[in-house]
Design a protein around this ligand. Structure first.
Ligand code: SF4
Length: 318
């Protein structure tokens, strides 16, 4: 996969609190020239095992190519950990035209059948700007010509509370992107899948947040596969919260799942559709007095069943 992939840029200004990319590649994106990228594509097409497919035109976030501050002097003094959370900085140029041009040129290479985007796409960079033609053209080009069947995106969670500790945008933006993805697929008669990535046990996340995640994603017809459990990594905000149990921005205590049991307990909600986890989920939500969540996840009968059985037993005894 790596052999036939092309790195377009390094660095990331997303500032997700669990990610180390900005710590070791930088918050300011360094982009290669178009010429250098096209030369490398040409070299890859000459490899003996090249079958016509570039596996990735990407970077830490696929769509930050040539994006940077408009006034660099302001950026030099800036202390914001993210240029796009909680909102996109007015000083950030997010124009995707240079990237759209590279996508088109890569696909137009005579020896390239398809050039895919395998790196994760940040939909929050364009989702509220699709009324502008440059952004719409980018999304159409991406979805129509550069998806290898499955497009990866990383909403990471559905709970606003947890997303805030992750420095990630609201899940509503993912829902909006899903609609656009489906609309473009229908428009061009494509049958491609959107693959969302999620994290369990991130500091600030509790089992109820995971139950809500299971419900939200079920309502969107997802049966999740691409998931991960939080792992603390050096030099990140999430790791500070993980070890200290405190959110340094508020200095308030924050819940942290640390033990194997706590972590497995959160993780099981991803797989609510597997029979082996259903019983545990139902028992736990009953204990938490959240039968409403059981109803929403499995249907009303599941949460009512034990109560009905009780009534039936009572009747049979009388
Ligand atoms: S000024 Fe804006 S674009 Fe520049 S580094 Fe700060 S947040 Fe990012």
């Amino acid at each position: 996969m790596i052999r036939h992939s092309i790195t377009l840029h390094r660095g990331c200004f997303g500032g997700c609190s669990f990610c180390t990319i900005s710590a070791h590649q930088g918050k300011f994106v360094s982009s290669r020239s178009e010429k250098s990228i096209l030369n490398e594509i040409d070299k890859v097409t000459k490899m003996l095992d090249f079958k016509g497919y570039i596996s990735d035109l990407g970077g830490p976030s696929a769509n930050m190519y040539q994006m940077s501050g408009i006034d660099i002097e302001i950026c030099k003094k800036c202390l914001r950990p993210s240029c796009i959370f909680p909102s996109i900085c007015k000083n950030l140029n997010t124009n995707p035209e240079a990237l759209t041009s590279i996508y088109k040129k890569a696909n137009n290479h005579p020896k390239v059948k398809k050039a895919f985007v395998g790196s994760g796409v940040r939909y929050d960079l364009f989702i509220n700007r699709l009324n502008e033609s440059a952004y719409l053209k980018y999304v159409e080009e991406l979805i129509q010509h550069h998806v290898s069947g499955r497009l990866k995106v990383a909403p990471e969670h559905t709970s606003d509370e947890v997303l805030k500790t992750m420095r990630k945008p609201s899940f509503d933006q993912f829902k909006e992107f899903k609609k656009i993805f489906e609309r473009i697929n229908n428009k061009y008669g494509l049958n491609q899948q959107l693959i969302p990535y999620f994290i369990s046990s991130h500091p600030g996340c509790i089992d109820i947040n995971m139950a809500e995640l299971a419900i939200e994603t079920k309502q969107l017809d997802f049966k999740l596969e691409q998931v991960q459990d939080f792992t603390p990594t050096p030099m990140t905000l999430a790791t500070v919260m993980y070890y200290s149990g405190i959110n340094p921005y508020t200095m308030k205590k924050i819940p942290v799942a640390k033990s194997k049991d706590e972590k497995l307990s959160q993780r099981k909600f991803f797989f609510w559709y597997k029979q082996e986890f259903k019983k545990d989920i139902v028992t736990e939500l009953k204990k938490a007095d959240r039968s409403d969540l059981i109803d929403r996840l499995f249907g009303k009968n599941v949460s009512e069943k034990p109560a009905n059985i009780g009534k039936r037993n009572k009747k049979s005894r009388t």
